[in-house]
Each structure stands twice: as structure tokens, then as C-alpha cells.
Design a protein around this ligand. Structure first.
Ligand code: AMP
Length: 499
């Protein structure tokens, strides 16, 4: 069974609920199978062949998920893109992916059509309520599943890391299938689970980690268009599990309606896509009696490591390599493994690791070691028990006066100051040091420490070269939709500090 679509066994689950929409309507597995089959039929009718790309910039809906399933069924390659992307960005993806079909929001139809002169795909529409020309033109005939080889592509997801132009990560049916199977088993998902799904589905977390795992298990999902505290608090009593990013947890913690009674029935809370502060982990445990299970992954690799389901979920760590995934921490210069607890580059190999960057064979070659390990770009440590800690992106490493400063280490000390909510540390150009360690901090209202006061405390804990040259108080950190702090944006904003 190589087509991932078959693994979901939609028709076997017929009357079970797959998705509960915000308006309370339930979409059964049979409904989903019917929709996917009809869309797949339509794809075939309009000339979409196996291997053709389908770019989708659409709001979250059960039809958007059915479109993904239809692409699998047809053997086409699904290319979901962030709904926040601008016209300029979307035209870059269309030029690069050369799709046969683009599905966009009806509101964007004219602009999309005007950008696609060079490629000329078919353009159909779909809005957040599941309406549009994609849904209108559906025939009642269904479609058989196209056989696929394990290495055939199922999706391309554009990812930019922290810098550079977005690159299309090519993910095969085997990549997605193996990762979903491992996570379903690891996190004990069954058909009795109800996942509170408040993540976007244009990203690997919301689509491949959340939807694929639940569909594989035969469970159901409460689909919220986006994360809103009010809506999440209302839905929690009906859920058994929630997959989140750290900001979900900090926002819920800030609401006094989060009580043990509200969540005592829950089976599992997971977090990923950005670092979960150890403090948030501890605070969540105190308020809800649940230890958040933190995991680590990236678009190119799917999930890499996870804290265990049964034994210790250690705050500040992203857990242990998943079964079938090899992880090593190496010296960036010579590629040799570093001793336990020493910082190095995280590298990974396994069925989950992608096939390379779309139309960028040279770039792909530089990101892999000759023995097949993928260089993640994340710096971290591994302890005796195999638990990984992420220290930051390699590109975020600051080199000040020739010495390496790991932002995470400085952030941890700043965060421990009384009255600091969170911080971000990054390097900006400095005439003397090359780069100057710089910090921005978000503080509580009653915070009264000056920069000099903060530096006095930090000077006891950090070597002199690691001390920030500037600590600036800001109202919030710039974050993207997945909760990642945008360090490139901070570097850009403050690059003139020392010029
Ligand atoms: P993306 O490709 O958008 O999923 O981003 C992947 C990157 O997110 C990784 O390379 C890490 O830098 C970061 N990331 C994902 N999960 C975690 C985590 N649990 N802790 C820290 N960073 C994470």
C-alpha cells in the first residue's frame, strides 16, 4: 500500500465522524471519501495527471482537507501555501512549482489570474466555508486511487528557514506515511480520540502531524479556523487531545478559566514548531496537571524527536529520536559526533527525511552528508539518555569578538530575571566585535529594572563576551503564524544600532 490515501481507509470508517466544523456540522469519513473522490474525478477531467502540482492558497475547511486527499488519490502533488502570503510571494511559488492547477480564495481570483501569465495553470476557487468553483463543478462520479511508488511525491511545502528565498521541500508518500504511523503509535492515537485542531493546514504541523495522524487512527478533529482563546475554551470539554504551538499554551495560561476541571478529561497536549519555555511547561503542569509533550521536527523531515508518552517528559528538551529516525549531534567543521551534552549541529536520517528541494539539486546536495544524514541547521545537545535540547538555529549563532554566543543560553538567563516574560537575543553588526549581542525583552507591567540593573545580575551568570551590549524593552516579539520568533526581522530592525 504505497499511496498514502489508502492508509487512511476512509471508506472502512464510513459513519464515524472525521471533522466537526465550527458551526457544529459533522463531516463523516464517508463524506470526506465522497468529496475527495469527486474532486479527484474532477482533477482527472481537467487534465491533472499523476505528478502534476496543485498549488492551494485556501482557508482552512473540510474541503481544503478533501482537496489534499483528492491530490493523493489522483497521484498529484499538493502544494499548500500560507494564506498570509502576498501576491508577489504567491507568484514566485506558481512560477517555481509550475502547477497544472491553482486553487485560491474567490477574493484573490483576479489577482492570481493576472500573475500567472508565464505558467498558465487552470485556476479554481474555494473559500473558508467550502464554496467556490472547485466545489461547484463536482461530478457525482468517483475515482479510483492512483497507484504510487513509495518515493513518488505527495506534497511540496515551501520553507524558508530563517533566511533566503523559500525552497520547495519534496515529500514522498513514504515520508508522510512513515512519520504518521510512528506518531500515531508513539502518542497512542486511536479512533476514540478527538483532536482540538486550531492550527493552520498549509503547514506540516497542522496537516501532516495533526490531520494525517488522526485520519490514520480513525479519530475525529474539531476544526477551528484559527486559535482563539474563547473558542478553544469552549471546545476543550469535547476533545481528548490538543496539538499546539507554545503561544497556544501561554495564551491559555493567561486566562483564569483554564482550570484542572476544564482539562482533567484530556489525554494529551503536545507542543512544537517553536521552543516551549521550561517555565511554560511547569506553569501548565501546575494549572492543568498535564505535562505538555514537546516534540521537534521540521518541514523537510517531518517529526524527528519526541518526549515519551509514558515516561519522563523533560521541560526544555524535545525528547528522544523517534523510532526509525537516527539523530546525531556533530561538530560543524569536521562532521564528527560531539561528546554528550556538547553543542553541535543536529543531523537526521530516516524514512521521514525528504527527497530534496524542488528543482534545486545543488542546494539539496549541500544539505546532506555523503552518508545520507540531513543537516537540519539546528544547533543542540544530546544527553546520556538521548534527550535532545535545541540551542537555536545555526544561522542565529552570534560570533562576537571571534567567540560563539548561543542566543538560547543568554535568553534563558534573561528570562529568569524577575518580571521578564520572554526575550530574544540576536547579533547586529558592530565595528569592533563583528557582531554585538543584542537582546529585546518583553516585561510584566510592574517591571522596574534598568538595563544596568539587568546587566549587573547577568554579569554574575554569563561570561563577559556573552553579555548583551543592548537590552531593549519591547511590547511583543515579532512572530510568524507558527509562533516562531522572527530573528531575521529583529536583525533587520536593529542593524543600525552601532553604526
Ligand atoms: P518548520 O520547517 O517551519 O516546521 O520549522 C522547523 C524549525 O522549527 C526547526 O528546524 C526548529 O528550528 C524549529 N522547531 C520545531 N520544533 C521545535 C521545538 N520543539 N523546539 C525548538 N525549535 C523547534
Amino acid at each position: 500500500m504505497s499511496n498514502l490515501f489508502d492508509a487512511f481507509r476512509l471508506t472502512d470508517r464510513a459513519e464515524r465522524v472525521a471533522i466537526v466544523l465550527q458551526n457544529g456540522i459533522s463531516v463523516t469519513y464517508k463524506d470526506l471519501a465522497t468529496l475527495a473522490g469527486r474532486i479527484a474525478r474532477n482533477l482527472d477531467d481537467i487534465g491533472v495527471a499523476p505528478g502534476d502540482r496543485i498549488v492551494a492558497q485556501v482557508e482552512k475547511s473540510h474541503l481544503a482537507l478533501a482537496l489534499f486527499l483528492a491530490c493523493l488519490q489522483r497521484g498529484a502533488v499538493f502544494v499548500p501555501v500560507n494564506t498570509a502570503y502576498t501576491l508577489q510571494e504567491i507568484s514566485y511559488f506558481i512560477d517555481d512549482a509550475q502547477p497544472k492547477l491553482v486553487v485560491c480564495d474567490p477574493e484573490n481570483l483576479c489577482v492570481i489570474k493576472s500573475t500567472v501569465a508565464t505558467v498558465d495553470p487552470i485556476v479554481l476557487t474555494l473559500d473558508g466555508d467550502g464554496n467556490g468553483s472547485l466545489a461547484d463543478g463536482l461530478s457525482t462520479a468517483t475515482f479510483n486511487v492512483e497507484p504510487r511508488a513509495p518515493d513518488d511525491l505527495a506534497a511540496i511545502l515551501y520553507t524558508s528557514g530563517t533566511t533566503g528565498r523559500p525552497k520547495g521541500a519534496m515529500l514522498s508518500h513514504a515520508n508522510l506515511g512513515s512519520n504518521a504511523r510512528v506518531l500515531k503509535d508513539m502518542w497512542r492515537f486511536t479512533q476514540d480520540d478527538v483532536l482540538l485542531h486550531a492550527l493552520p493546514i498549509y503547514h506540516a504541523h497542522g496537516l501532516f502531524v495533526a490531520c494525517n495522524v488522526l485520519l490514520l487512527a480513525g479519530g475525529s478533529m474539531i476544526f477551528l479556523p484559527k486559535f482563539e482563546v474563547e473558542k478553544v475554551l469552549q471546545a476543550l470539554p469535547k476533545a481528548t487531545t490538543m496539538m499546539g504551538i507554545p503561544t497556544f499554551y501561554t495564551r491559555l495560561l493567561a486566562d483564569e478559566r483554564l482550570t484542572p476541571a476544564l482539562v482533567h478529561h484530556m489525554r494529551l497536549f503536545t507542543s512544537g514548531s517553536a521552543p516551549l519555555l521550561a517555565e511554560t511547561h511547569v506553569a501548565w503542569k501546575q494549572r492543568s496537571s498535564h505535562a505538555i509533550l514537546e516534540r521537534y521536527g521540521m518541514t523537510e523531515t517531518g517529526m524527528i524527536a519526541s518526549n515519551p508518552y509514558e515516561s519522563d517528559r523533560i521541560a526544555g528538551t524535545v525528547g528522544i529520536a523517534l523510532p526509525g529516525t537516527e539523530v546525531r549531534v556533530v561538530d560543524q567543521e569536521n562532521g564528527r559526533e560531539v561528546p554528550r551534552d556538547k553543542i553541535g549541529m543536529i543531523e537526521v536520517r530516516g524514512d521521514n527525511v525528504f527527497k530534496g528541494y524542488w528543482r534545486l539539486p545543488e542546494k539539496t546536495a549541500t544539505e546532506f552528508r555523503p552518508d545520507g544524514f540531513f543537516i537540519t541547521g539546528d544547533l543542540g545537545t544530546m544527553d546520556e539518555r538521548g534527550y535532545l535540547r535545541i540551542v537555536g538555529r545555526g544561522k542565529d549563532l552570534i560570533i562576537s569578538g571571534g567567540l560563539n554566543v548561543y542566543p538560547k543560553e543568554v535568553e534563558t538567563e534573561i528570562d529568569s530575571l524577575d518580571g521578564v516574560v520572554e526575550s530574544a537575543v540576536f547579533g547586529v553588526p558592530h565595528p569592533d566585535f563583528g557582531e554585538a549581542v543584542t537582546a529585546v525583552v518583553v516585561t510584566k507591567k510592574n517591571f522596574s529594572m534598568s538595563q544596568a540593573d539587568m546587566l549587573k545580575v547577568l554579569a554574575v551568570r554569563l561570561a563577559r563576551f556573552k553579555l548583551p551590549k543592548n537590552i531593549l524593552v519591547v511590547s511583543e516579539l515579532p512572530r510568524n503564524a507558527m509562533g516562531k520568533v522572527q530573528k531575521a526581522e529583529l536583525r533587520r530592525q536593529y542593524r543600525g544600532l552601532h553604526s
